[in-house]
Design a binder for this molecule. Structure first.
Ligand code: ZN
Length: 259
């Protein structure tokens, strides 16, 4: 068996923590490209195992818990992370480090990460926490509307710049509404009706945010106590968020800060 653990020696790890719809995807994509820091994404790694059969042994282990309605234990979650990141590192030996998306998600996982860093002789740099108030992320999620003809046409009724320009009009001349009493917008491009995805329904969003808070609040405190937390104001314009993260990571990467 190939020992992949040495692939992470002296690599820098940048975990990102943010609420759902907190702008993490946008930021990690920009930074990953600009600084050649490949992103390890826990969600897609998990899907690659379960759906694409990337690691049958690990899939069977995960299924043994999930099919019995049990929570996947920490050691298995850590195994998914470890194998996935080691494989990514094997493919990117030239990278100075890696962005971590979706790991650690809680305090237990953060401790596991610190242990792994010792094992790998990798360096956990600051965890980048995009602080966005839950009211804002809730508005972003519940305001999202997708074109029923082309899912790439995305709008947001809670954001002036992204709101659709037209609403559907009922035969009686009033603005047409959906079952929840929300005005039905029309796509600016093809005039198709705009729809709300199940994931963006208020009760679903509330539930997701409650779960996030329950796990993340202790994680944030824990990272702070250990000196690993770098908090960024995630409510600024995306370009400003990027700049704030860049001025934090450039010195860590040994680059001089752009003035
Ligand atoms: Zn459209």
């Amino acid at each position: 068996m190939t020992d992949f653990s040495k692939n992470l020696k002296n690599k820098l790890l940048f975990p990102f923590v943010a609420p759902p719809n907190g702008g993490k995807g946008t930021q990690t994509q920009i930074l990953s490209e600009r600084y050649h820091l490949p992103t390890f994404d826990m969600g897609s790694t998990f899907r690659a195992i379960m759906k694409e059969g990337k690691d049958p042994e690990l899939k069977a282990e995960l299924e043994s818990y999930m099919n019995n309605g049990k929570l996947v234990p920490i050691k298995t979650v850590v195994k998914v992370f470890q194998k996935g990141l080691e494989a990514l590192a094997a493919d990117h030996s030239e990278a100075k480090g890696f962005i971590l998306d979706g790991f650690p998600r809680n305090q237990e996982q953060a401790d596991a990460l610190l242990e792994l860093c010792q094992h790998w002789e990798a360096e956990l740099s600051k965890a980048i926490y995009l602080n966005v108030s839950l009211d804002i992320v809730k508005a972003r999620a519940t305001g999202r509307r997708f074109c029923s003809e082309n899912a790439r046409h995305v709008y947001n009724v809670n954001d002036e710049c992204l709101a659709p320009k037209q609403q559907k009009i009922s035969p009686d001349g009033s603005i047409a509404t959906d079952q929840q009493g929300r005005a039905i917008g029309l796509c600016d491009i093809d005039q198709a009706e705009l729809i709300v995805r199940t994931d963006d329904e208020p009760q679903t969003v509330e539930k997701r945010l409650a779960e996030y808070q329950k796990e993340t609040n202790p994680l944030i405190e824990h990272l702070q106590e250990k000196g690993y937390l770098a908090e960024i104001n995630g409510e600024q314009a995306p370009e400003k968020v990027t700049l704030a993260i860049e001025s934090l990571i450039q010195p860590i990467l040994g680059l001089s800060t752009a003035s």
